[in-house]
Design a protein around this ligand. Sequence first.
Ligand SMILES: Cc1ncc(COP(=O)(O)O)c(C=O)c1O
Length: 385
Amino acid sequence: MVSVDKKKRMKIFKELENFQQRDFCFSSGHILGSMCAQPHPIAREAYIQFLETNLGDPELCPGTKEIESRFIAFISKLLHAPKTSVGQIVSGGTEGNITAMWIAKQLSGKKEVILPESAHFSFQKIASLMNMKLIQVPLTNEYIMDITEMKKKIHKGIAAVIGIAGSTELGTIDPIPELSDICSDEHIFLHVDAAFGGFVIPFLKDLHYKVPEFDFTLKGVSTISIDSHKMGYSAIPLGTLMIRQKHWLESISVESPYISSEKQAGILGTRSGAPVAAAYAVAQYLGFEGYKKMVKSCMDVTSYTEKRLKELELSLVMKPTMNVLGVKLKKPGQIVKKLSEQGWRVNKVERLSCIRLVLMPQITKQIIDEFIPVLQKICEEVGEL
Ligand SMILES: Cc1ncc(COP(=O)(O)O)c(C=O)c1O
């Protein structure tokens, strides 16, 4: 064990603390615009315990590797993945999407991707990184992919179609069952980006909300990405890409001399086991019942926020599908700036002329009661009300 010089340590941590004080923190309750969760206390504990592990060299840490397998089994059950499937741990939604498109490109030898206008900007990175062409499909009045328009875009050069299950801007769910039928008939790879919605939709269904199917029960679904550092209530960075056929992983594997495994699939080499242990610990702690309660509570807070906004006579872009609200404003940029000056973080969505509120598990009705008068005052100042 390396000994630590107490004086030096104090000086460094003082400096770190000074920087940290400039950050917004989840515990303040004032972050209303992030899709990341304040990690569950169980996640925190497990994260620290597994800090030195490296899943890029699995024989070094067979125990952590087993945790990873068990966590993937949990995700597999949640998403009704078939026995033929495999899970690939990734750092989050961006890497999940990149990995899925890498597989689609390798399997098809094609380069064009059909996706809704609401797709996350990570697909722009994919286009640039992998020299793929994005073909955007307009949205319907419900802000989901327009299937009639989508069908017109299909041709022989299509590598993949993307459906979003919990969009970044509004939390909407594309018509995945229809996309599944089309892709299955046309033999096109269908990737479902459920980075945000993957830990929400299964429980909304249990709670009797009307939401479309989005998982592997649909035979045309090829891959699904789902993030634990979002509604999985765990720590950054962790997502999972579930892949319908294990052998597809071969297409993104290389030989890996010098380390304990013969081959390595995916983008990263060295990668920490800490976020995997954290996500597994939370999954074990909460179980499906715990996640259902969490989603119910987020939806209760969402309805409450909706009610409070209506009292101010502010309107929503649409009735929320999940715990994401778009509040229509004439000057969203100005409102976001003023809220930030008052210590509240929300996001602006210029494209829809709105601000986005994400009601994550740490957000309570009391926090909303604190937020609403601040928003009201700012809206009055800038002439929104
Ligand atoms: C639907 C969706 N996909 C992908 C991403 C990218 O995830 P990450 O920032 O974890 O890479 C996000 C981020 O908010 C998202 O909402």
